[in-house]
Design a protein around this ligand. Structure first.
Ligand SMILES: [Zn+2]
Length: 174
């Protein structure tokens, strides 16, 4: 697969024509970054380092933005955000070719994901997730991630309270 240039990647971002692997989406959550933060990093940031994935040989770029409007973004956060995303380009096409390996036959399934914990826990059901049977990659479209952000922002009005069992994983010493 041809390596996309930064201007091609930015064009994909502007047209929401890209996907984010489930692994990258989880890293964004872990770093408290939203999909808007990620887009902002790629659209306005500067590439400060390129790394090669030793397993897949993919080139991953580390990007940095000078500052955020609210608070300074830690370098490690911007790093994981962009490196994860650049690996999932180029974007999927309507013909449903895999965005990672380019083979046809990606499947759509709906998944349930949880965000936050304790009193801030939010569960979102029926999130569409594309999965490739050839390379095993799973990813969300840009539109899906923006919808997740919208639901998180409007949780008070769009979420319904439901009593659900929540368990804590117990680590045994022996
Ligand atoms: Zn694939």
């Amino acid at each position: 697969m041809a390596k996309p240039t930064i201007s091609q990647i930015r064009e994909c971002i502007r047209s929401l024509n890209y996907v984010v692997s489930i692994h990258a989406a989880e890293e964004l959550d872990d770093d408290n970054l939203t999909i808007d933060d990620l887009e902002n990093i790629i659209l306005t940031g500067k590439i400060i380092e390129c790394q090669r994935d030793t397993r897949t040989q993919e080139i991953k770029c580390v990007s940095s933005v000078a500052s955020r409007s609210k608070n300074e973004m830690p370098k490690s956060s911007s790093k994981s955000g962009l490196s994860a995303t650049s690996s999932s380009l180029p974007p999927t096409s309507p013909s449903q070719l895999c965005a990672s390996c380019g083979q046809p036959g990606v499947r759509l399934r709906n998944v349930t994901r949880s965000f936050g914990r304790g009193p801030l826990l939010l569960v979102i059901e029926d999130i569409p997730l594309w999965t490739c049977p050839h390379c095993g990659e799973s990813y969300f479209t840009a539109q899906t991630l923006h919808e997740i952000e919208r639901i998180k922002a409007l949780r008070k009005s769009v979420a319904v309270e439901r009593p659900i069992p929540v368990a804590m994983f117990q680590v045994s010493c022996n």
